[in-house]
Design a protein around this ligand. Structure first.
Ligand SMILES: [Zn+2]
Length: 300
């Protein structure tokens, strides 16, 4: 049986780009779904019929704006040596109709599942490496909740050295971006402090760090935690002219939704202080293509 590190190697090499450099989180989302199922049910085994609507929801909520069939990762994750599909004597491939009609079931490969059962730390490290390789920090907790992974257990067991290194990397980027924007949210102008510390303000990456987005001010925006989350979920975006875009898929009828989100359509971003770069167009374009839920609402 391969050791824990070998399984982590396989996870790290799961392909998450398409040929055109597009974000392809389909296999990572199936992996998270399977790990959550293992943690909740004691086995990752699931029929395609049961997994299909749940995977479709994950792909819709956390995948790129284009639509992909859940059958695609259900079949193709097998080639990474982490997942196996059984359909009796049939080979349904990635056809949803055939996966359904053959009552296909999928599961993590039994040796991998046994290694995960034997070592809860391995589960935590596996989840964390899938999250870090594919999604920004602001979405990790939501994703764990969406697939039923126990976040508290995960954090206790998180690999300390890695977390430490990441925090150090984050600290410098955060400082540079917050200073550039003078500790104000670039969308709403929020500038709260608690004592001498900014509170509720983040340095957001426009192009996600997991997808080669650099820790540089021209790839950063100082945002309040709320607008950061909505940027990473594709509700909010930025146009090439540095105006705020709001997805037409976002719906909110109350006054708070109007004030915090809808009124931002077409508003200019708060500019960084003189001498600091605005977000670069190529990073903005990546976010528009890979994250933002097109189309944007039309300004009033
Ligand atoms: Zn804000």
């Amino acid at each position: 049986m391969p050791a824990g590190d070998d399984w982590l190697q396989r996870i790290a090499s799961v392909r998450r780009w398409s040929r055109r450099g597009e974000r392809a989180p389909h296999k990572p989302l199936l992996l998270l779904y399977a790990l959550g199922r293992l943690q909740r049910c004691g086995t990752s085994e699931v029929s395609y019929v049961e997994a299909e609507p749940e995977l479709a929801r994950l792909l819709r909520d956390y995948g790129p704006p284009r639509t992909t069939s859940p059958a695609y990762p259900f079949h193709h994750l097998q080639s990474d040596g982490l997942w196996v599909v059984h359909a009796g004597a049939d080979r349904p491939g990635s056809s949803p109709t055939r996966l359904r009609s053959t009552a296909a079931t999928g599961r993590l490969v039994p040796e991998f599942e046994a290694a995960l059962r034997a070592d809860s730390r391995l589960v935590a490290v596996a989840v964390r490496s899938v999250l870090e390789a594919n999604f920004p920090d602001s979405l990790h907790r939501d994703l764990c909740e969406a697939v039923g992974i126990d976040v508290e257990a995960l954090e206790v067991a998180a690999a300390k050295a890695r977390a430490h290194r990441l925090r150090r990397r984050d600290a410098k980027f955060r400082e540079q971006v917050l200073v550039a924007y003078e500790y104000r949210c670039a969308m709403c102008g929020y500038d709260g402090r608690l004592g001498s510390e900014a509170v509720g303000l983040d340095a957001a990456h426009v192009r996600w760090w997991a997808f080669d987005g650099p820790d540089a001010v021209d790839n950063g925006l100082c945002l309040c935690s709320f607008h950061h989350k909505l940027l990473d979920r594709g509700v909010l975006g930025v146009t090439e002219e540095h105006a705020i875009a709001v997805s037409s898929h976002f719906i909110g009828r109350g006054r708070a939704a109007e004030e915090l989100v809808l009124r931002l359509v077409g508003q200019p971003l708060v500019e960084p202080q003189r001498g600091q770069p605005v977000p670069a167009v190529h990073h903005i374009n990546w976010h528009s293509d890979q994250v933002f839920r097109q189309p944007g609402r039309v300004p009033a």
